[in-house]
Write a protein that binds this ligand. Structure first.
Ligand code: AMP
Length: 341
């Protein structure tokens, strides 16, 4: 059994990029074999044979949301919204463990132990820290140590595989280094994880600025399609998507990033690689395709009560706790602390 872990940070509303790049490959991979996991969008769940089966763990990483300026009520609301959307998008709590990071105190405890095995220079070198700490906002210490908490999240579950985008590669490398160092110094304690990239996971760009990745947002943004956007809003955003004046519908990420992005969204939503005669035809087809993908998700989202969602999260934490406790205990003893009586 291979275990893979996905974390979702409740810092903004989930958007189409999250769905096509992360959530759908994850949902499609539930109960599938490792090799099948590295293929396209959802396919029917395959009952595991016990050989090469992948188990997914999803965490809503609320502690990570505190590393930047945040509104407390908003973090709480987004935590539940993320979990509710994951369920609406097809996460099956019978096969996938989903819980809220802060519900297992083992994350914070292991974080501290790993800080004792991480160099200050190592943390300071992280590109994301460098980028985020140069802005006008005051920088929190937790922003510096955030990759170490991420390492704790991963190592706590003996995770073998972590699906990562480009932006997280360096953080995963740090988790691997820390795990390896800890094992070498204090004895075999952690599974060293590896990064995986789902082969056909789409990289969706902002519709208004197609050279930038579509990202979570808290505001109404023309270039970002929220998973809860109404059909008329989706259509308006797609029809206003930035293209170019070439009037040729073809994939050319360098010269035609907007058109290429629309084609990518179309293929990711439908699995169909048809051709289009004009930008208008392409946009109409993309709008229809996105609306068709979002409709059942929004319907299931509306039918789920917050109580049901909280109950799934509660059960998920209960399920994840024994493994987290066992890993923490191993690390605690290995690093030189005595067990509480
Ligand atoms: P984030 O929203 O940055 O916390 O990312 C959560 C997950 O969604 C990660 O696995 C990302 O790689 C994926 N993701 C986020 N935005 C996009 C995008 N525009 N295209 C594809 N995948 C994305």
């Amino acid at each position: 059994m291979t275990r893979r872990l996905t974390g979702l940070k409740p810092t903004g509303h989930l958007q189409l990029g999250n769905l096509l790049g992360a959530i759908r490959p994850l949902v499609g991979g539930q109960r599938e074999t490792g090799s099948e996991l590295l293929t396209a969008a959802p396919s029917p769940a395959v009952q595991g044979t016990g050989r090469g089966v992948t188990e997914s763990v999803i965490m809503i990483v609320d502690l990570h949301a505190l590393t930047i300026e945040h509104d407390p009520q908003r973090v709480r609301d987004l935590t539940v919204e993320h979990a509710r959307l994951m369920l609406a998008a097809g996460v099956d709590p019978d096969v996938t463990t989903m819980y809220v990071q802060s519900h297992l105190s083992e994350h914070a405890q292991l974080h501290y132990l790993l800080e004792c095995a991480t160099g200050f220079g190592e943390a300071r070198r992280m590109i994301q820290f460098k980028e985020k700490s140069t802005g006008p906002d005051p920088v929190r210490l937790s922003l510096l140590t955030y990759p170490v908490l991420m390492a704790a999240d991963i190592l706590l579950h003996d995770t073998e595989e972590v699906p990562v985008g480009d932006d997280q590669t360096q953080h995963l490398e740090l988790a691997r280094d820390v795990a390896y160092r800890f094992n070498t110094r204090y004895g075999q304690t952690f599974t060293v994880p590896r990064a995986v990239t789902p082969a056909f996971a789409a990289r969706i760009m902002d519709l208004a600025e197609p050279t930038a990745k579509m990202g979570k947002t808290n505001a109404v943004t023309a270039g970002v399609i929220g998973l809860l956007d109404r059909p008329d809003v989706v259509r308006r955003k797609v029809m206003r998507a930035v293209t170019d004046t070439r009037n040729i519908v073809r994939r050319d990420p360098d010269r035609q990033p907007g058109v290429t992005n629309l084609l990518e969204i179309y293929v990711a939503c439908t699995g169909d690689r048809r051709e289009f005669a004009s930008y208008g035809e392409l946009k109409t087809a993309v709008a229809d395709a996105v609306i068709a993908v979002l409709e059942p998700i929004q319907r299931r989202f509306a039918a789920l009560t917050p109580g049901e969602v909280l109950s799934v999260l509660h059960d998920g934490a209960k399920q994840a706790r024994p493994r987290a406790q066992a890993t923490l205990e191993r690390a605690t003893e290995a690093i030189g602390l005595i067990k509480a009586a």
